[in-house]
Design a protein around this ligand. Structure first.
Ligand code: F6P
Length: 321
């Protein structure tokens, strides 16, 4: 039976990570465990940046964006020598379990630590919603709402000036932020890896709009779909006669206080992580399926294919354009 648990956040920060940290620490203490935080993800683990905390450490953070224990990316964690140092750091503090909150890139590190004798659980923390073993990741809902807020504002000025605006959103290689925000905003075009639209087709559709009844247009694009959204805007302006602007929403999408949905998802996942550890589980990741909190072996989870939202993509053609 484990006697202590540590928690770290890894990869890009996501709103709701703090709520997950809080749930792990509070549940751990309630169940009689010593609780620790590791600052700066796997980097801090390697460096021994580990502190024991009490329940007050996580007071007043459920509503805060970012992660109070900082995050980092450490590609070197793939190397066994680096992980050995990390395990020694945990042993120095008599820590026998670790909860890793991050993207699926962080899950492999968690699995490897499990193999090295540390009981480890992964929680899905990323705005990208690109983890196949959960319907929603912690942070996605907040980022989606932030994007919608931005698109609402861009819409006002875009419509006033009868312009076309490209709005590039994050998501890494996953189009969910673009697809969901595009549907929620009823924009003219949504361009994602699962729903690509060529430059020529964009131009053709915009020409039809310009000479039709709609004199302005919003286009939501997933990052990495075009080499440079600003260059694309210039070319589209020349070839369509539309006045065109481009906005890359960037890191503002990662900030802000978490939505109620993300706080609750994070809390459910954090509580479940500690419960699983106390049941003797390790090397698994927690997620949500059809509103139930579930868990999978990390290796099985990493082999899963993400669902393509065919139903939502089809809707674009029905209710958008
Ligand atoms: O994975 C989260 C994410 O925000 C992606 O959407 C984006 O591609 C990437 O991180 C940006 O990373 P960084 O903050 O290192 O620039």
């Amino acid at each position: 039976m484990i006697k202590s648990v540590a928690v770290l956040t890894s990869g890009g920060d996501a709103p709701g990570m703090n709520a997950a940290i809080r749930a792990v620490v509070r549940t751990g203490i309630k169940k009689g465990l010593k609780t620790f935080v590791v600052y700066e993800g796997y980097k801090g683990l390697y460096e021994g940046n580990i502190v024991e905390v009490d329940r007050n450490f996580v007071s007043d953070i459920i509503n805060r964006g970012g992660t109070i224990i900082n995050s980092a990316r450490l590609p070197e964690f793939k190397e066994e020598e680096v992980r050995k140092v990390a395990v020694e750091q945990l042993r120095k503090h008599n820590i026998d379990a670790l909860v890793v909150i991050g993207g699926d890139g962080s899950y492999m590190g968690a699995k490897r630590l499990t193999e090295m004798g540390i009981a480890t659980i992964g929680l899905p923390g990323t705005i990208d919603n690109d983890i196949a073993s959960t319907d929603y990741t912690i942070g996605f809902d907040t980022a989606l709402n932030t994007i919608c807020d931005c698109v609402d504002k861009i819409r006002d000025t875009n419509a006033s000036h009868l312009r076309c605006t490209f709005i590039e959103v994050m998501g890494n290689h996953c189009g969910d932020l673009a697809l969901f925000s595009g549907l929620a905003e009823g924009v003219e075009m949504v361009i994602t890896p699962d729903h690509p639209i060529s430059k020529d087709e964009i131009i053709e559709r915009l020409k039809q709009l310009k000479f039709g009844f709609k004199k302005h247009a919003l286009i939501v694009v997933s990052e990495k779909m075009f080499p440079d959204i600003y260059d694309l805007a210039k070319e589209v302006q020349v070839r369509t006669g539309f006045e065109v602007r481009a906005e890359r929403l960037g890191h503002l999408q990662r900030g802000g206080k978490p939505s109620a949905f993300d706080r609750i998802l994070a809390t459910r996942c954090g509580v479940k992580a500690v419960e699983l550890l106390l049941e003797g589980k390790s090397g698994v990741c927690v997620g949500m399926r059809k509103n139930e909190i579930v868990y999978y072996d990390i290796m099985d989870a990493l082999k899963m294919k993400r669902d393509i939202h065919h139903e939502l993509i089809k809707m674009l053609g029905l209710v958008n354009r």
